[in-house]
Design a protein around this ligand. Structure first.
Ligand code: 5GP
Length: 115
């Protein structure tokens, strides 16, 4: 997998607003937020897209979701609600080819899909 901007953020070579980190993943605010809360959860093992994650590594994806839920509870918006999204390849709108999960919250988000 090629180097991405998220590797540089993990190595603190470029700044980011990191809200959570452990041995498995890092979470930081999106530079172009699409909601009042927009945090990216990125695992510390590399997969370019969701297509590249084998069943044996399903826990890598699962940890992103449970970390997002923990963050939502800790920040007090879990009950109001939130959305988690993983974009995959062109039609999914993926722009950074290192898997990550978007957490969007802080306002009613409306529907999603094709315009
Ligand atoms: P994707 O489009 O691949 O699903 O999501 C990539 C996300 O990374 C986008 O929402 C984009 O705004 C965010 N992003 C791209 N470059 C940077 C950066 O340098 N810093 C931060 N914090 N987010 C970034």
């Amino acid at each position: 997998m090629s180097e991405t901007i998220f590797h540089k953020i993990m190595r603190r070579e470029i700044p980011a607003d990191v809200v959570y980190e452990d041995e498995h993943l890092i979470a930081f605010r999106d530079i172009a937020p699409q909601a009042p809360v927009h945090v990216l959860f990125v695992p510390k093992v590399d997969f370019a897209t969701l297509n590249d994650v084998p069943d044996a590594d399903a826990v890598v994806v699962g940890r992103l979701a449970t970390a997002a839920a923990r963050y939502a509870k800790a920040q007090g918006f879990a009950e109001d609600g939130y959305r988690v999204v993983m974009n995959c390849n062109g039609d999914g709108g993926q722009t950074v080819f290192q898997i990550h999960l978007h957490l969007l919250a802080g306002a009613p988000l409306g529907r999603f899909g094709t315009p």
